[in-house]
Design a protein around this ligand. Structure first.
Ligand SMILES: [Zn+2]
Length: 437
C-alpha cells in the first residue's frame, strides 16, 4: 500500500485498536469482500490453500483501507465541540452543545438534565413542545455505545422537526410534545470514539476487577434476569458484553431513564428505542414469546411501517416481537416501557448486516431519511387515531384506564421481589464465605 500520511496513519491505528479485538470470524462478517479478495491473493501467491489465521485480520484491514481510503477519510468523526456535523458522525461534546444551542435558539425547546453518568457526564433529554401539547412522543438512542448511526437518526429527527419548514415537520411540531434522548449512554459512546470502536456497555466498574460496564439494555425491571454471584456463569458475567448486572435499575443510565419514563408515563402515546443493526421494527416481548395484549393495535402500526420502508427503500423490514424476530433477551427497555409505561412501544434496528456497526458516513443520509419517513407515517397514523377516538378505544380495551395505577403497583411489587432475591444472594454469599473460612 502507498505510504500513509500522518492523518491516515492515525486513523488506521485508531481503527485497529478497536477492530483488532474482533474475532477472525467478525472480520469476515464485517468486511466479507475484502476477506474474500485477501484469501484469493493468498491463494495465488502461495499456490496453495492457506487457512485463515487471526494474524491475517490486520492484513484484511490493510487491504480494505487501501481500497477504501475515501471511506476511511470520510468516516473521520467530528470531535470539535464548537459545531455539529449533521451529515457525519459526532462525539458526545458536539451533540451536547448542539442540544443546548437549539434550546437557546427556540423558546419552546428545553434541555433537561436527568442525571449524571459514572464518569460525570450529563444525561440529557431535549423537549420540543411548541403548542403546549399533552401527547408525548418519546425517542431515545445510543443505549449501546457502538451503534453510532442511530445517534445521527435521532439528531436528524430533531433537526428536521425544528429547522425544516415542511408540511410533515409542521404536523409533528403542532401536534406532539417530543422528548428525545440522543445519547442514553454517554460514557460508553465517548469510549467508542477514543478507545474501542466496538464497545457496547456503559463504563462503570463491576465486581470483577479489570472488567467494566453493564449492558444498560439488560438492566430494566421487566423480565430482568440477574447475574448470580458465585455461580461461575462466565457467559453472563461482568466481563461479558451483555452483562445484566446483579440487580435491575442499578446503573446511573437505567435509573435516570426509568425516572424520565415514569414521570411522563400518563401522557406518553408513542415510544421508540433505536438500535443498530438488522432492518427490524420490533415490539415487546424479548423475555418470552407471548404476544402483547394490544397485539392487534401494534399490528396496524407495524403494517404502516412496513409500507413506509417498502416505499422509501424498496426493502421489506422484519417486524414482530423481539423474542420471535431477533432473540430471547431479558431486562430490555422495550419490554419495560410496553409493560409499565405505554402500550405503543417499539425497538428499531437500523441498518444492514453488511455494515454492522460501522456504516460508512455516505450511507447516513439513507438511514436518516428512511427513518424520518417511517416516523412521520407512524405519527400521522397516531394523530388520526387520537383524533378519531380509536387510540382511546384501543387503550380502554387493552390497557384499562386504571391500569396506569395498577402498573405502578406491579412495578413496586416486582422491585420488592427483586430486592428479596438480592437479600437471598447476600445470605448465600455469606454462607459460602463462612464455610470457606
Ligand atoms: Zn443495540
Amino acid at each position: 500500500m502507498s505510504a500513509p500520511t500522518p492523518i491516515r496513519q492515525f486513523l488506521l491505528l485508531f481503527f485497529l485498536s478497536g477492530v483488532s479485538r474482533l474475532e477472525p470470524k467478525s472480520m469476515e462478517n464485517t468486511f466479507p469482500e475484502a476477506t474474500a479478495r485477501y484469501k484469493e491473493q493468498m491463494h495465488s501467491r502461495n499456490k496453495r490453500d492457506d487457512t485463515y489465521k487471526i494474524e491475517d485480520d490486520e492484513k484484511v484491514w490493510d487491504l480494505f483501507t487501501t481500497e477504501n481510503f475515501t471511506w476511511i477519510d470520510s468516516v473521520f468523526t467530528n470531535r470539535d465541540p464548537s459545531y455539529y456535523n449533521y451529515t457525519g458522525y459526532n462525539s458526545f461534546e458536539p451533540i451536547r452543545n448542539e442540544l443546548y444551542r437549539l434550546a437557546d435558539k427556540y423558546e419552546y425547546v428545553t434541555v433537561e438534565v436527568y442525571g449524571k453518568t459514572h464518569e460525570g457526564r450529563e444525561l440529557l433529554a431535549l423537549h420540543i413542545n411548541k403548542e403546549d401539547k399533552d401527547e408525548i412522543v418519546f425517542l431515545n438512542s445510543l443505549i449501546h455505545a457502538r451503534e453510532w448511526v442511530v445517534g445521527c437518526v435521532t439528531m436528524n429527527i430533531i433537526h428536521r422537526i425544528l429547522e425544516y419548514d415542511t408540511e410533515d415537520a409542521k404536523l409533528l411540531l403542532n401536534n406532539f410534545h417530543f422528548i428525545i434522548i440522543p445519547v442514553v449512554n454517554p460514557d460508553g459512546y465517548e469510549y467508542t470514539h477514543f478507545k474501542n470502536r466496538m464497545w457496547r456497555k456503559n463504563r462503570e466498574p463491576t465486581l470483577e476487577p479489570g472488567c467494566y460496564g453493564v449492558d444498560v439494555n439488560r438492566n430494566f425491571l421487566y423480565g430482568f434476569k440477574p447475574f448470580v454471584v458465585g455461580s461461575g456463569d462466565s457467559e453472563n458475567g461482568p466481563c461479558s458484553e451483555t452483562y445484566h448486572g446483579t440487580k435491575p435499575l442499578m446503573t446511573k443510565e437505567s435509573i435516570g431513564l426509568n425516572l424520565m419514563l415514569f414521570k411522563n408515563r400518563h401522557n406518553m402515546r408513542y415510544y421508540i428505542d433505536y438500535h443498530t443493526f438488522g432492518n427490524y421494527w420490533t415490539n415487546a416481548y424479548g423475555a418470552h414469546g407471548w404476544a402483547p395484549k394490544n397485539e392487534k393495535q401494534l399490528g396496524r402500526y407495524r403494517e404502516n411501517v412496513e409500507k413506509s420502508f417498502m416505499d422509501s427503500l424498496g426493502v421489506k423490514w422484519k417486524t414482530g416481537g423481539v423474542f420471535n424476530v431477533i432473540y430471547e433477551c431479558h431486562g430490555i427497555l422495550v419490554d419495560h416501557v410496553h409493560y409499565y409505561i405505554t402500550p405503543i412501544a417499539f425497538t428499531v434496528e437500523v441498518g444492514n448486516s453488511h455494515d454492522e456497526f460501522t456504516a460508512p458516513d455516505n450511507r447516513i443520509d439513507t438511514f436518516v431519511i428512511s427513518q424520518w419517513l417511517a416516523l412521520v407515517s407512524q405519527l400521522k397514523l397516531l394523530h388520526s387515531d387520537i383524533k378519531s377516538g380509536q387510540y382511546m378505544q384501543d387503550r380502554i380495551k387493552n390497557w384499562r384506564r386504571t391500569s396506569m395505577e395498577k402498573r405502578t403497583v406491579l412495578f413496586k411489587r416486582e422491585e420488592k421481589r427483586q430486592s428479596y432475591i438480592q437479600s437471598l444472594y447476600k445470605r448465600t454469599l455469606k454462607l459460602i464465605d463462612n464455610n470457606a473460612g
